[in-house]
Ligand binder design. Structure first.
Ligand code: NI
Length: 219
């Protein structure tokens, strides 16, 4: 996870006194503790929703500027997506389980929403741009039988998007280093029309709970 404290220190306010900085530090560590606390609650009690006030703080840490490339070569940024809610997920096309499971599930949930299923976008960001070209990603997302916007970019662009969403990925060598797989965040981020986090669908979340969250997203 990015360290909000470091980010705050990178741009010090000239007029801020030491006491103010200390308070800011305490406040930021409070946010860090809150995020970790919410993460633990989410892991231990899938489907449980944190109080609205906690969600408000957490939501402000997720999402933000990014610039990636679509299968047709066009550029997509957070501004492009504004105005329509979206469900965004990070993975890679060679993923054996989490990605195909999650994208199939999103397609199924969309179908369950009926006409409301068209009221949000599904966005898949490949964190493996060295292997997945934008065109490869376009062919991959077509396998799921529902419109999915597949994106990737340069390593730097992908890393910036991953960082904006406080997501995670890591290449893990396999076959004695001859190949690799990628560990990555398995949650789906549900973003409102302004690009702000509304909720998260966890990988092990129940179907009814995930559907309820999507209903709220398009509601
Ligand atoms: Ni995956």
């Amino acid at each position: 996870m990015a360290d909000p404290l470091r980010e705050a220190e990178a741009e010090p306010s000239p007029g801020r006194k030491a006491g103010g900085l200390k308070k800011l530090r305490l406040a930021l560590w409070g946010v860090v503790a809150l995020v970790i606390g919410i993460g633990l609650v989410a892991m231990l009690a899938p489907g449980r929703t944190p109080p609205a006030s906690d969600q408000a703080s957490y939501a402000d840490l997720i999402g933000g500027p990014f610039a990636l490339t679509a299968p047709d070569g066009s550029r997509v940024t957070e501004q492009t997506l504004k105005g329509t809610p979206f469900a965004i997920f990070f993975g890679f096309t060679r993923c054996p389980d989490v990605c195909p499971t999650t994208l199939s599930r999103m397609a199924s949930l969309r179908k369950q929403l009926g006409p409301d299923g068209d009221k949000f976008r599904i966005v898949f960001v490949s964190v493996d741009p060295g292997y997945d070209s934008p065109q490869d990603i376009g062919r991959y997302v077509e396998l799921f039988g529902t419109p999915i916007l597949g994106l990737t970019g340069t390593d730097a662009e992908v890393n910036a998007a991953v960082k904006a969403y406080r997501a995670f990925y890591e290449k893990v060598p396999t076959n004695g280093g001859a190949d690799y797989t990628i560990d990555h965040t398995a949650s789906v981020y549900l973003m409102d029309p302004s690009g702000r986090l509304q909720s998260i669908i966890a990988y092990d979340e129940t179907g009814p709970s995930a559907l309820a969250k999507l209903k709220r997203l398009v509601g």
